[in-house]
Design a protein around this ligand. Structure first.
Ligand code: UDX
Length: 437
């Protein structure tokens, strides 16, 4: 099938590449001339494990093309995906101007029947707005479909190739058939394609992300309670997670969720609810808990240093909002850094992928180490903000040799408490018994 993907950001590039990989001919359109030049010459513009290989192969085999011209890009396409940014506006509601602007242009450009698919995360009612924007100028029939993505950064290729489900929101039988054919190779293992109306599909995306964020904030509050009541959150997590109705995943407490989706989507759903005069009480609490959680370690660190962090120097492992990505949007590490600097401390950081992004954002306010161990030199304590695998089984003799105090504050529960006790560390984590020195 001939497909167009408008927008070559994270979702667009993964979508375009994965559709090319299943034999479709894909053209990706972007207004950014430099990006299109880079991508056309074989340079990938995002970090996503496994994507580069597919990208290179499909580019070489001429199934993947890039252009800045929407008109050229949609020529002969059966399906046009819109994977455009929907940043939060000043009031927290998603800004639809990119999506509606392209919809308006499409109305003028299409010359035969097209399926136009909203891939961006958009509030309920957007498909209707996109339909209206296209219809203003269109002289040929078309259908608008809401097809939310459920890609996790770091495992997006796998999520795309083997989705738990595909949600297709349209009441048009013609569009359902085309979308069903397009997605058939991805659900061969029997996972469902769920057809529904546009509004339900749009709400499904927000409900899924908000529910997962709720699970995390819930566990973060359970972790707080565990510390106060002398329970162990790892035990409670296992105890509840083995109940199928609850499920094992997304129950890991930490220093809060970040990234480009959860914070934005939870906020947007609260705003959508407000627009129809509903106060979404649970989600307001989910956001509050997450705000507090980002600085969960700070009082513990302060207590260890008798309330004064002025002149103290910290090593911080992990900057990305989660492992296997260089994405630092809403990363808890950045909030921690800011709080430590405000307290008069200095910070040296190490992250396997996200250092350049942090350098660009906050520059020389902090120091950047070449290696996870040189990061520790002369530090008063080690702080951990992201659970990269390379941090999981470190050489503890190197850590204790470099640090001024044998103190680790771990926001991701990487180490066994009993082991840290044996090794003689002051070790504080999230929701587990602290080892105090
Ligand atoms: C998320 C959704 O999972 C995906 O379906 C959607 O399309 C986009 O948003 P992503 O933001 O890439 O994906 O990351 P995800 O792996 O879901 O993690 C989000 C945040 O939650 C991270 O900051 C992570 O550290 C945190 N998290 C996750 C926890 O704190 N505890 C958990 O148990 C799981």
């Amino acid at each position: 099938m001939k497909i167009t993907v408008v927008g070559t950001g994270y979702v667009g590039l993964v979508t375009g590449t994965c559709f090319a990989e299943t034999g479709n001919e894909v053209t990706c359109v972007d207004i950014d001339v430099n990006k299109v030049a880079k991508l056309s010459s074989g340079q990938i513009t995002i970090y996503e494990p496994g994507l580069e290989k597919l990208f290179e192969r499909n580019l070489k085999e001429d199934r993947l093309h890039f252009t800045t011209s929407l008109e050229e890009g949609i020529k002969d396409a059966a399906v046009i995906f819109l994977a455009l940014p929907t940043p939060p506006g000043a009031d927290g509601a998603a800004d639809l101007s990119f999506v509606l602007n392209v919809a308006d242009q499409l109305g003028k450009l299409i010359t035969d029947y097209k399926v136009i698919v909203d891939k961006s995360t958009v509030p309920v009612g957007t498909a209707a707005k996109v339909t209206a924007a296209i219809a203003r100028n269109a002289k040929v029939p078309f259908d608008v479909v809401s097809n939310p993505e459920f890609l996790r950064e770091g495992v997006a290729v796998d999520d795309f190739m083997k989705p738990d489900r595909v949600v297709i929101g349209t009441e048009s039988e013609r569009a359902r058939k085309i979308m069903g054919e397009l997605f058939a190779p991805f659900v061969r293992q029997g996972n469902p394609v769920i057809y529904m109306d546009e509004n339900s599909a749009e709400l499904t995306k927000y409900a899924a992300n908000s529910f997962l964020a709720t699970k995390i904030s819930f566990m973060n509050e359970i972790a707080i309670l565990c510390e106060k009541l002398g329970a162990d959150v790892d035990m409670v997590r296992k105890g509840i997670g083995s109940d199928d109705r609850i499920g094992k995943r997304f129950l890991f407490p930490g220093i809060g969720y970040g990234g480009s989706c959860f914070p934005k989507d939870v906020q947007a759903l609260v705003r959508s609810a407000e627009e129809v005069a509903y106060d979404f009480k649970i989600l307001n609490a989910v956001m509050d808990v997450n705000e507090d959680q980002k600085l969960f370690l700070l009082p513990k660190i302060k207590a260890y240093f008798n309330g004064d962090l002025k002149g103290k120097h910290f090593a911080l492992w992990g900057l990305a909002f989660k492992p296997n990505t260089d994405d630092i949007r809403e990363a808890p590490a950045l909030y921690m850094i800011e709080a430590l600097l405000n307290e008069g401390a200095t910070v040296t950081v190490f992250d396997p992928e996200a250092m350049n992004n942090v350098k660009q954002q906050i520059g020389d306010k902090i120091t950047y180490a070449d290696h996870q161990y040189t990061c520790l030199d002369n530090a008063d304590a080690l702080l951990i903000a992201t659970e990269w695998s390379v941090f999981r089984t470190p050489d503890f003799s190197k850590i204790s040799a470099a640090l001024k105090n044998k103190a680790i504050f771990d926001g991701r529960n990487l180490f066994e408490v009993s082991r840290m006790k044996e090794l003689g560390y002051h070790y504080e984590s999230v929701g587990r018994t602290p080892v105090l020195s």
